[in-house]
Design a binder for this molecule. Structure first.
Ligand SMILES: Cc1cc2nc3c(=O)[nH]c(=O)nc-3n(C[C@H](O)[C@H](O)[C@H](O)COP(=O)(O)O)c2cc1C
Length: 203
C-alpha cells in the first residue's frame, strides 16, 4: 500500500513505516545494548532540526550505570519503574533555562538581547519549555530513524528528579525516554488517532 500518495522525494513506504505509520511506543526491549555511537547519533541528528531563534534548549543526560538507573527508577511513577530499570539505555530530556549563555553560538545576530534574557527568567523559561518539547519530538524521530524504539515517559516526580540529577544547574526534566530494540511484546495495541477532518481545517 502506498502510504503517502504524493511525490516523496524517493523516500519509500518502509521509511514512512519506520518513522510514523508502523512505529510504536515501546514498553520493553530486547537485551541488545544501545551503543554510545548510536546515542551520539541521536543528538547529532536532532540538533539540526529547527527551534525558535535557534535556542536549542534541550539537554540530554544518558543513564547507563546501574547506580544512576536505580536512582532514576526511584523517582519514576509506579507503572514506569520496572521498564526504566530494565531498558538498555535511558535518556533524561531536560530544558536548560540558561540557554541564553550560548547566545553567541546560537544567535550571534541577537547578542544585544542578552541583557533582556538575563533579566527575564520567565521569558527564558517559556522559550526553554516550548522549544525543548519540540526537540523531544525530534529526539523520538531520530531514535526511530536509527532503528531504535523509544518509550517516552512524563510520569515521574519532577522535583525529586531535578534534585537528584540537576542540582542548581537551571535544568529541569521534561521527559524520560527508554531506548532499545523492540521484540514482539514491546508494544501496546494502537489507540485511536484523530481523523484529518477532526484535527485540521482549511480556510
Ligand atoms: C511526552 C510523553 C509522555 C508519556 N508518558 C508516559 C508515561 O509516563 N508512561 C507510559 O507508560 N507512557 C507514556 N507515554 C506513551 C504514550 O501513551 C504513547 O506514546 C501513546 O499512547 C502512543 O502510543 P503508540 O506509539 O504505541 O501508538 C508518553 C508519551 C509521550 C510522548
Amino acid at each position: 500500500m502506498t502510504i503517502v500518495d504524493i511525490e516523496t522525494q524517493g523516500l519509500t513506504d518502509e521509511v514512512f513505516a519506520t518513522l510514523f505509520t508502523e512505529a510504536h511506543t515501546a514498553h520493553s526491549f530486547t537485551e541488545q545494548p544501545v551503543s554510545d555511537e548510536t546515542a551520539e547519533a541521536i543528538y547529532e541528528l536532532l540538533k539540526m532540526a529547527p527551534t525558535e531563534m535557534n535556542t536549542q534548549p534541550l539537554r540530554v543526560t544518558w543513564v547507563r550505570s546501574h547506580e544512576a538507573r536505580e536512582s532514576l527508577a526511584e523517582v519514576m511513577n509506579e507503572g514506569n519503574k520496572a521498564k526504566t530499570l530494565e531498558a538498555p539505555l535511558t535518556a533524561i530530556l531536560s530544558m536548560d533555562t540558561n540557554w541564553h549563555h550560548h547566545l553567541g553560538t546560537l544567535a550571534p545576530w541577537a547578542e544585544e538581547r542578552m541583557g533582556h534574557f538575563e533579566e527575564n527568567p520567565l521569558v527564558r523559561e517559556t522559550m526553554a519549555r516550548n522549544n525543548s518539547f519540540i526537540q523531544v519530538g525530534y529526539f523520538i524521530m531520530a531514535a526511530r530513524a536509527l532503528g531504535l524504539s523509544a518509550g517516552p515517559m512524563s510520569g515521574f516526580n519532577h522535583e525529586a528528579l531535578d534534585a537528584r540529577f540537576h542540582g542548581d544547574s537551571g535544568q529541569h526534566a521534561l521527559v524520560v525516554v527508554n531506548l532499545g530494540y523492540p521484540h514482539e511484546g514491546s508494544f501496546r495495541p494502537r489507540s485511536g488517532r484523530l481523523s484529518t477532518e477532526t484535527a485540521t481545517r482549511t480556510l
